[in-house]
Design a protein around this ligand. Sequence first.
Ligand SMILES: Nc1ncnc2c1ncn2[C@@H]1O[C@H](COP(=O)(O)OP(=O)(O)O)[C@@H](O)[C@H]1O
Ligand SMILES: [Mg+2]
Length: 238
Amino acid sequence: MTPMLEIEKLHAGYGKSLVLRGINLHVAQGEAIGLLGPNGHGKTTLLRCVSALHRPSRGDIRFEGTSLVTCSTRAVLQHGIVHVPQGSRLFPGLTVTDCLRLGAAANPRRGVARTLLSEVFDLFPKLAQRRTQLAGTLSGGERQMLSIGAGLMAGPRLLILDEPTLGLSPKVRHELAAAVQAMRSRIEALIIVDGDMDLVLGVTDRFFVIESGQVVRTGESAAGAGSDQIMALFLGET
Ligand SMILES: Nc1ncnc2c1ncn2[C@@H]1O[C@H](COP(=O)(O)OP(=O)(O)O)[C@@H](O)[C@H]1O
Ligand SMILES: [Mg+2]
């Protein structure tokens, strides 16, 4: 069966500096994958290539067999690929509900905002409590929940989360991990990058370690949990 997402020999960089050097990976329908690896080695660049925010220089990205490399960001969104970027920015002057409704504007299915809004509030009860509050007054954890919630409002088939727990306390990270687990039944596939290796391995089926723009290791997340070797690769100590 054709994987949902296939990335083949992907190269990308900035000007003369090459960041991705032949990435191969695939995500099957129903699968969650995690990207691990030290900072500055190309994880965000890879995600930005998938959502057409960055153009690769060589290689291919196919979604259900269709190449995405010449697609616009809008066309990628219409395929159901929704990217919640690292350090996602919100509109601080809008209420929580309005930020979520804005997310639904990107949803190719019309008239689903009300249902999705109640699903997002079920998933993140804190957002429900703060529904009339301005986004700019939320805590870091709540802002991250709002960014993910707005992403869910866009109706993802493949959801991409880049560093959702950056800067958050262990307690809030735990809450986010539980929400990510709970949302898995609502989306067809997930790609997550995060600095919390245990969280990534806990919510995914397979992982890929990216170092110097290449996949240096891949495996089943359950088998990777607690591995000192992966920890060393993850921290770039090898
Ligand atoms: N907009 C940019 N312009 C130039 N270089 C960039 C840009 N974004 C990222 N880089 C460089 O690309 C490399 C990979 O960055 P990134 O993909 O953000 O890695 P990661 O997400 O793994 O931390 C780094 O060396 C970074 O400095
Ligand atoms: Mg990054």
